[in-house]
Design a protein around this ligand. Structure first.
Ligand code: XMP
Length: 506
């Protein structure tokens, strides 16, 4: 294991993902909550930080058990910290240094910079510069503007680098990380999807024994991979529940249920469409709609879960980004837990929780899913919001509107698949607008609904841009929709990025 101590940099998770790409397991912990240094921890990386080492409240961890005792790599803030703390000089840069730079020299004997050529592009992002190093430190790399771009401490396996090896634009960043993790720390690259599955299945068997476990399936990647992993471990003692809230895509409930059954999962499909739609009737406010859907889901799931005889555990598809404790540089912040239900917790929330994927990043979930033999079709599905089409029907929801939107969405998504565009898009869907417009069909004037199409590219949904779908494709889809879906006479394409817009319209 590599321990990554986080000082709050936006790139910390990227460091972790790069280390994992080397097939080495790593964990992120806040700099002020260093975990017990078990023998499994073989090396440590200090992240960057939005703070300056010169701030009076700059993060100042206790590294007495780490520095000089384990291989240590400081990145950006981490490098400046290790220089300043042990007698070096750090100053505010005259010019802030952001973006690309090139290494102008490297130490040919360096283990860290082995196979990193002079001229290699590195990505800088710092406002301070190391001006002087403590005595036993040795410069290993420089750029034109930054003399101390990389250093080592003599007599230790401690290194510092001013640039960010984890970002894509540092072209030899992976080589450098590999030099540190594999050669200097010396861990073996054996953390693979297969080894993860083998270890996790073993641990789950031990932990769950003969207990019964319940899991809510959504059709999404995370819950599906969780289900297959658990079912490898405990077979039919895993009880999956797949709820139809009446707001899924066209035929999705039946199709996904069939797929799940074909995969040998012990799954119960519960069609509660009417219950959801009747509770939603007349509600226009997006947040109110979300709350209603959440509440009804909990009611339905609670009843189903509690019908399982002797159920002891609730399984969840939580993944690593949801559980990484974030750093609050100004001291620990109070976490306020929101309660779903003022009338007390639903019964299923009193079950013990098992989250077998809470150490995995999203791309690793997909790799594990592939290794488990899950079809690409399921693993490559676009994300779909929990409240489903409810937040894509602006204003109040009726069964007729749901039916119209399902048809429109189906034509759009099928079209993307048929034209080989589906996998180039991160998320796509259609929105039913609360607007009618005038049209003409044959000799008759029409006054019907407008739908918007949205297709975005993104990596995590936090930022997104609209996809430049070919005009010929948009023309074909627009035609099909207007000709085939009764009640729609106009199609528009959403060309807004996030920010300032969001992906969903509500
Ligand atoms: P926005 O609209 O905030 O969406 O740009 C970002 C991502 O989150 C999804 N989304 C939701 N997912 N419940 C969910 O489970 C919700 O209420 C919800 N609202 C938005 C959205 O589909 C996109 O992937």
């Amino acid at each position: 294991t590599i321990l990554i101590l986080d000082f709050g940099s936006q790139y910390t998770q990227l460091i972790a993902r790069r280390v994992r790409e080397l097939n080495v397991y790593c964990e992120i912990h806040p700099y002020n909550k260093i975990p017990e240094l078990t023998p499994e921890i073989k090396g440590v990386i200090l992240s960057g930080s939005p703070h300056s080492t010169l701030d009076h409240n700059a993060p100042d961890p206790d590294l007495s058990e780490i520095k000089g005792k384990l291989p240590l790599l400081g990145v950006c803030y981490g490098a400046q910290y290790l220089a300043l703390k042990y007698g070096g000089v750090v100053e505010k840069s005259k010019h802030r240094e952001y973006g690309r730079a090139n290494l102008s020299s490297t130490d040919a004997t360096s283990r860290l910079f082995k196979d990193v050529p002079v001229g290699s592009q590195v990505w800088m992002s710092h406002g301070d510069t190391i001006m002087e190093l403590p005595e036993n430190y040795k410069v290993e790399a420089s750029t034109k503007d930054v003399r101390v771009a990389g250093y080592r401490i003599e007599g230790e396996t401690t290194y510092g680098i001013q640039f960010h090896p984890e970002v894509y634009h540092s072209t030899d960043g992976m080589t450098l990380l590999k030099n540190f993790v594999i050669d200097i720390v010396g861990v073996s690259a054996d953390w693979t999807p297969a080894s993860f599955i083998e270890d996790t299945v073993g641990q789950l068997r031990e932990k769950l024994g003969n207990d019964q476990v319940v899991l809510g399936l959504s059709g999404g990647v995370d819950s599906t991979v969780t289900a297959v992993l658990l079912s490898e471990a405990i077979g039919d003692r895993l009880h999956c529940i797949f709820v139809n809230n009446g707001l899924l895509r066209k035929d999705e409930f039946e199709q996904v249920l069939k797929q799940y059954e074909g995969m040998g999962l012990n799954v119960k499909g519960v069609d509660s469409s009417e219950q959801f739609l009747s509770q939603l009737a007349g509600q226009k406010d997006p947040e109110e709609k979300r709350k209603t859907i959440g509440r009804v889901f909990i009611e339905v799931f609670d009843e189903e879960a509690m019908n399982i005889e002797d159920v002891k555990w609730l399984a969840q598809g939580t993944i690593y980004p949801d559980v990484i404790e974030s750093v609050s540089v100004n001291g620990p912040s109070a976490t306020i837990k929101s309660h779903h239900n003022v009338g007390g917790l639903p019964d299923f929330m009193k079950l013990k929780v098992v989250e077998p994927m809470n150490t995995l990043f999203k791309d690793e979930v997909r790799r594990v899913g592939k290794e488990l033999g899950i079809a690409d079709e399921l693993l490559g599905r676009h994300p779909f919001p929990g409240p489903g089409l409810a937040i894509r029907i602006l204003g109040d929801i009726t069964p007729e509107k749901v039916a119209i939107l399902q048809e429109v969405d189906h034509i759009f998504v099928q079209g993307l698949k048929e034209h080989g565009l589906y996998d180039q898009v991160w998320q796509a869907g259609a929105i039913l607008l609360p607007v009618q417009s005038v049209g003409v069909m044959g000799d008759e004037r029409t006054y019907e609904q407008v739908v918007a199409l949205r297709a975005v590219e993104s990596t995590d949904g936090m930022t997104a841009d609209w996809v430049h779908l070919p005009y010929t494709f948009l023309a074909e889809i627009s035609n099909k929709i207007i000709n085939r879906v009764k009640g729609v006479n106009r199609v528009v394409y959403d060309i807004s990025s996030k920010p300032p817009a969001t992906i969903e319209w509500e």
